[in-house]
Write a protein that binds this ligand. Sequence first.
Ligand SMILES: C[S@@+](CC[C@H](N)C(=O)[O-])C[C@H]1O[C@@H](n2cnc3c(N)ncnc32)[C@H](O)[C@@H]1O
Length: 208
Amino acid sequence: MNKDEHYQIFLQEVQARKQNLADRLRDFLKPTQAFKTLEIGSGHGDFLVQYATTYPERFCLGIDLITQRIEKSNKKARRANVAQCFFLKARAEEFLESQPAEFLWDEIFVLYPDPWPKKRHHKNRLFQVEFLDRLALRVSLGAKIHFETDAKDYFDEVCGRMEVHPRWRKLEGRIYAIDTVFSRITGQQGHHAVFECCEACPADPISS
Ligand SMILES: C[S@@+](CC[C@H](N)C(=O)[O-])C[C@H]1O[C@@H](n2cnc3c(N)ncnc32)[C@H](O)[C@@H]1O
């Protein structure tokens, strides 16, 4: 098999995964649900379970790539008795493409995303321009994104991109106390920003 054939198979697998996710999300994500909160890269689930305990009426979903972390997080949520808090294994980029177009998040947390510190790896960071455009199509007017990292250059990169984005503006201060496994590992307060969606979502060009 040559390189091109391998790539075609890879694309087919991605497409099949997105279709499978879209089928599952259609029943799971209902636009009528109350205030909707998404955590991307939820890790061990500590932050979202705590948040859901404080706001039990909110619908909370954490997504992460690592199966073990998802299983552990779901157990934590059940133990804490938070009925509206769920964790799902999914890649953020594919998740945002696969969720129902009419379902809009009110709040999104991205806490200590992988920093990819080497310059040649920066292209692997989650907050690429395309990702921000996609996020902007998946939130309600006034929705907030909470971003925290210990990597100052990543923080500046994201703030710079958000500041020129037509649908986001930066707010002052932090709204929630952030306590995650990685915030504890770094041992110091991370760089934190809150961005608010300041324009209504246009017609969605990416939904199927
Ligand atoms: C450094 S850890 C931080 C976890 C947690 N937010 C915390 O602060 O403890 C980054 C997490 O993001 C997840 N992750 C990385 N890329 C992702 C992606 N594209 N979609 C979803 N999760 C992702 C990783 O599996 C990992 O659990």
